[in-house]
Design a protein around this ligand. Structure first.
Ligand code: UGA
Length: 430
């Protein structure tokens, strides 16, 4: 099938490359010329393992290209996926400006396109957006009727950063919301060579499945952290507790890792957006609000622990290992490290950091802190060391790497250090 994908963020690019791997002809559209140039050279603008390899492969096979020409991409494809960003707007509510713009532009193109075309919303959008914003814009701008002249679907993504390519090629499920059977059937055909159950729904149900999924995963994490905070007070290891809890197949052991809170471009934003939508309907989502608040507290709980052990932090040197919101990613959006560094610098501490991938981005946020070439260099001469991202290379740290600290205090925000290799460290809630 000929597909156009609008937006080359990590979802758009992974989806585009993924559909090309599955044998389709794909054009990925972006307004950023430099990004388009890089993609066409096989150089992905985002760090995502496996993406560069697959990108090079589909470019060589001439099944994939990036372009700034939206009109020709839509005119020459049967299906257009919208995967532009949906950032947080005022009061945590979703900001739909990119969705609004793109759907108007596609509507203008549909006006002059004679062939039946399907528009699929891939971006995470709050329930009713596809119908009330996208479909409405498409009809108004094209002067045509959804269902008769063109199709509309909502097909949420469940990709995790860092393993996005694998998640795309091996999904747990595919959800297809559609305004009618005809357009849903076409999208179902696109997924027929994937080994995954397909769930067909209406548009707003598909939108809600995405929010409910992310909010439930975020709830599992905040729940675990809350139990962890109680466990720490009575000397119980929350990780052992959750191992026992997760063995119940109704619960599963996934997303029960305690730590210094969840970050990233999805959970914080999506939980807040669902809270906002709930309020709009006149319902107060207290549980979700608490999931969010617990997470905000959890992100900085480690600073309080430092103060309890070190006293006044003014003039103290704190080394921070891990800045990205999760391993195998250079993404620092909503990362716990940002809140922690902010608090520590406000208290007058000196910060030395190391992250294998995310230091470039963090320099734009904190240009004045110290960035080290290795974990060992960051740790040297520090009064305390915090580990905030679950990078594999931190697993290899050993006792001698911590030998040159001025004061021996190590607190893990993610469970990563090996007790056989490093002796004497503390956990954020274990
Ligand atoms: C998340 C979802 O997992 C994807 O299914 C979804 O498609 C994506 O959001 C999205 O909406 O686009 P992602 O944000 O890439 O994916 O990362 P996760 O692996 O879910 O991790 C999110 C955060 O939760 C990280 O900060 C991670 O460290 C934290 N986390 C995760 C925990 O603190 N404990 C856990 O047990 C698991």
């Amino acid at each position: 099938m000929n597909i156009s994908i609008i937006g080359t963020g990590y979802v758009g690019l992974t989806t585009g490359v993924g559909f090309a791997v599955k044998g389709n002809e794909v054009s990925c559209v972006d307004i950023d010329e430099k990004k388009v140039e890089r993609i066409n050279l096989g150089d992905s603008p985002i760090y995502e393992p496996l993406l560069d390899d697959y990108l090079k492969r589909v470019l060589d096979q001439r099944r994939f290209k990036a372009t700034t020409d939206l009109k020709s991409a839509v005119m020459n494809s049967e299906v257009s996926f919208i995967s532009v960003g949906t950032p947080s707007g005022e009061g945590g509510k979703i900001d739909l400006k990119f969705i609004d713009q793109v759907s108007k532009q596609i509507g203008d193109i549909l006006k002059i396109k004679d062939l039946y075309h399907i528009i699929v919303v891939k971006s995470t959008v709050i329930p009713e957006t596809t119908e009330k914003v996208v479909l409405k814009n498409l009809e108004e701008r094209s002067g045509k009727k959804a269902g008769d002249d063109f199709g509309v679907c909502m097909n949420p993504e469940f990709l995790r950063e860092g393993v996005a390519m694998e998640d795309f090629l091996n999904p747990d499920r595919v959800v297809i919301g559609s305004i009618d059977k005809k357009s849903g059937d076409v999208i179902e055909r696109l997924y027929e060579n994937f080994k995954a159950p397909i769930l067909r729904t209406n548009l707003k149900t598909a939108e809600m499945i995405k929010y409910a999924s992310n909010s439930l995963l975020a709830t599992k994490i905040s729940f675990t952290n809350e139990v962890g905070n109680i466990c720490k007070k009575i000397g119980i290891d929350v990780n052992e507790v959750m191992k026992g809890v997760g063995l119940d197949h109704r619960i599963s052991d996934k997303f029960l890792n305690a730590g210094c809170g969840y970050g990233g471009s999805c959970f914080p934003k999506d939980v807040e957006a669902l809270i906002g939508k709930g309020r709009d309907t006149g319902y107060e989502p207290k549980l979700l609000q608490e999931v969010h608040d617990t997470n905000m507290r959890q992100k900085v709980i480690i600073v309080k622990q430092l103060e309890e052990k070190l006293g006044d932090l003014k003039g103290k040197t704190i080394s921070i290992l891990g800045l990205a919101f999760k391993p195998d990613s250079d993404d620092i959006r909503e990362a716990s490290s940002i809140e922690i560094i902010k608090k520590l610098t406000e208290k007058g501490a000196n910060i030395k950091t190391y992250d294998p991938k995310a230091m470039g981005h963090m320099r734009n946020v904190f240009p004045d802190i110290e960035y080290s070439k290795s974990a060992k260099e960051a740790i040297k001469d520090s009064d305390a060391c915090l580990i905030l991202t679950h990078w594999k290379e931190f697993k290899d740290l050993r006792e001698e790497d911590f030998k040159e600290m001025s004061n021996r205090l190590i607190i893990e925000g993610r469970r990563i250090l090996d007790r056989e290799r490093v002796f004497g460290f503390d956990g954020v809630c274990w």
